[in-house]
Design a protein around this ligand. Structure first.
Ligand code: AMO
Length: 472
């Protein structure tokens, strides 16, 4: 008999169905045994009566999380037993036949309850069980819906989806690189991309004009509530022959439509989205990502905003190890490929601290959900910026492919990269990015499910020409 999904049961009232799934709960009333059964589409209450002897006997042994299959009758519940607010609240399955496909040992926490209060290390160690819970299923399925909406939307806008390499060369976005030893080139290393920034600009040189991908970004930096350790996902996009206004309008239209379709219960506080200059934001709110919600207790309010006119440079600190000695006066406030405001080009020579950048930050409820800019497409300006941030000729050499590419006919271009995890965290009202990621690392950078990082074998190290010095 063909499988019926639990979510479709109301279409099968009065009929016999075959179900597959997990035991979500079992209540033994002696003669009557009640089972809640769960599959990917929902839950349903089932009743096993002594008349169906074999099924009744098997049900006596069942425990939560056992994998079962059931043949049963879909009955309408008597009027007084109907639970209006629950999915399948008006039907009940009368079990005719039941078999156990797989038993389960007792799970480390209750699956039929919200796990947000359960010890997080336990949840991450048994993530595959944690992900069975209603809230985690909802979060990840919503994330999937968001990805699908964005993909369809951008394809419709003539974007092409292109994957870029994970084994690459350093792409400085302000964090430390993860590096991977190159077996065939002993002593040399690949870097994992902090973002596809350089590749997406090269794709503009390559004539794709409108590119996007859901990109894994790898950054070896300390985690915070809104900063995942190790890796996170960006909706990375780039466009040619555009000005900043085009990028803002595309994003505003896309996210507005996305909220209407995927989160119809949410309200956007202000349309069009407010735009603040960096100066205004700092002066009025003391933050470049102000929380502009009218009612901060309202979980359904989404206050989108743009922060614009950032200074191109910030003061360089000793921690700016990723681009030089930390001894130059300036560090890029966004990244080194952001274009200066055309009115301020002259100031690059005379007063670089006053130069505004064509950077745009997408802000949502007090979080920086996306960042991007119009890029430099003039090799002379690019070199000037490299000089101002204190690049040595050796460091410039590391980016020579960009300067070289720009000699072959580069279109003006720009883009943005909203963080998918951060957007999902805010829109779902979760407190941590880990609540919207399938297998996140702990704050200390461990994958507790797979138990990574782990040691390499002596043979692996030998092959790579590496020796590990024991920490004292
Ligand atoms: P940026 O570094 O500002 O820009 O990152 C863009 C967006 O990515 C998200 N994000 C993170 N999310 C979770 N955990 C993290 N550790 C983390 N770091 C960043 C944020 C942020 O707004 N290449 C440029 C984009 C561009 O210029 O087009 C870039 O990566 O939501």
């Amino acid at each position: 008999m063909k499988r019926t999904y639990i979510g479709d049961l109301t279409k099968h009232v009065g009929k016999k169905v075959r179900l597959y799934g997990w035991v979500d709960n079992r209540r033994d009333h002696g003669k009557l045994i009640f089972l809640d059964m769960r599959d990917m589409t929902g839950k349903v209450q089932m009743v096993v009566v002594p008349a169906h002897k074999e099924a009744h006997q098997t049900s006596g042994d069942l425990r939560n999380e056992w994998v079962i299959t059931v043949e049963g009758m879909v009955n309408k519940r008597p009027e007084r037993m109907i639970k209006k607010d629950e999915p399948n609240g008006d039907v009940e399955i009368e079990v005719l036949e039941l078999s156990v496909i797989n038993q389960a040992i007792t799970p480390p926490f209750e699956v039929n309850q919200d796990t947000s209060k359960v010890n997080e290390e336990t949840r991450l160690t048994y993530r595959y069980i944690d992900l069975r819970t209603e809230r985690m299923q909802y979060n990840l399925r919503k994330r999937g819906e968001v990805t699908k909406f964005i993909r369809d939307y951008l394809y419709n806008e003539k974007f092409v989806e292109i994957s870029t390499p994970i084994l690459t060369k350093t792409t400085p976005e302000g964090a430390r690189d993860f590096i991977v030893p190159a077996r065939m080139y002993p002593g040399m290393f690949y870097a994992l991309p902090q973002s596809p920034q350089q590749y997406k600009q090269l794709l503009m040189v390559a004539g794709f004009e409108k590119y996007f991908q859901f990109a894994s970004c790898l950054r070896d930096e300390d985690s915070r509530a809104d900063r995942a350790f190790g890796e996170f996902t960006q909706l990375d996009l780039e466009m040619s022959f555009v000005v900043q206004e085009d990028i803002l309008q595309l994003m505003e239209a896309m996210f507005t439509e996305l909220v209407r379709k995927v989160f119809p219960e949410k309200r956007i506080s202000q349309e069009p989205w407010p735009r603040l200059s960096h100066k205004e934001a700092m002066e009025n709110y003391g933050s470049d990502k102000p929380d502009l919600r009218k009612d901060k207790n309202d979980s359904n309010e989404l206050a989108f905003a743009w922060t614009l006119d950032f200074p191109l440079f910030t003061e360089q600190t000793k921690e700016d190890f990723y681009h030089g000695s930390g001894s130059a006066a300036f560090a890029p406030s966004h990244h080194m490929f952001t274009a200066p405001h055309p009115d301020d080009i002259g100031l690059l020579e005379t007063d670089p601290a006053k130069v505004r950048g064509l950077q745009h930050d997408l802000v949502l409820n007090g979080y920086e959900v996306g960042g991007g800019s119009i890029r430099i497409h003039d090799p002379i300006v690019q070199e000037k910026v490299f000089d101002l941030i204190g690049f040595t000729s050796e460091q410039k050499q590391q980016f020579s492919h960009m300067l070289e590419a720009f000699k072959y006919g580069v279109p003006p271009h720009g883009g943005i990269a909203p963080g998918l995890d951060r957007f999902m965290m805010v829109v779902l009202g979760e407190k941590s990015l880990r609540e919207v990621m399938a297998f996140p690392k702990t704050g200390e950078g461990r994958d507790l499910t797979m138990n990574a990082p782990s040691l390499a074998t002596d043979d692996q190290l030998k092959e790579l020409g590496l020796e590990v010095r024991k920490r004292k």
